[in-house]
Design a protein around this ligand. Sequence first.
Ligand code: FES
Length: 96
Amino acid sequence: MSEEAVLRELADGERLRVRVAGREFVIDAACPHRKGRLVHGHVNARTLRIVCPLHRSSFDLTTGCPIAGPTTEALTVYSDGPANAEDDPRKGPTER
Ligand code: FES
């Protein structure tokens, strides 16, 4: 299992799919602080946290709760489940 996260914005531009550590999350694509694009964020595969590239707020991928940084607002987590190995994330965005 790859520890490297694969991030892809979905077709609506509002949501981001994050595949990491055998799991798949769909979260807001924009940081609630000042709309940083989380597709350019850093994901920690061990802690399952994503860090915004703009001001470095970090969020728990499983709950959306802010962990550190300037924001106190949570991300919306639309789904959380096992990654589908048959659906290659490099093939392009998919809707759920
Ligand atoms: S825009 Fe994400 S922390 Fe500021």
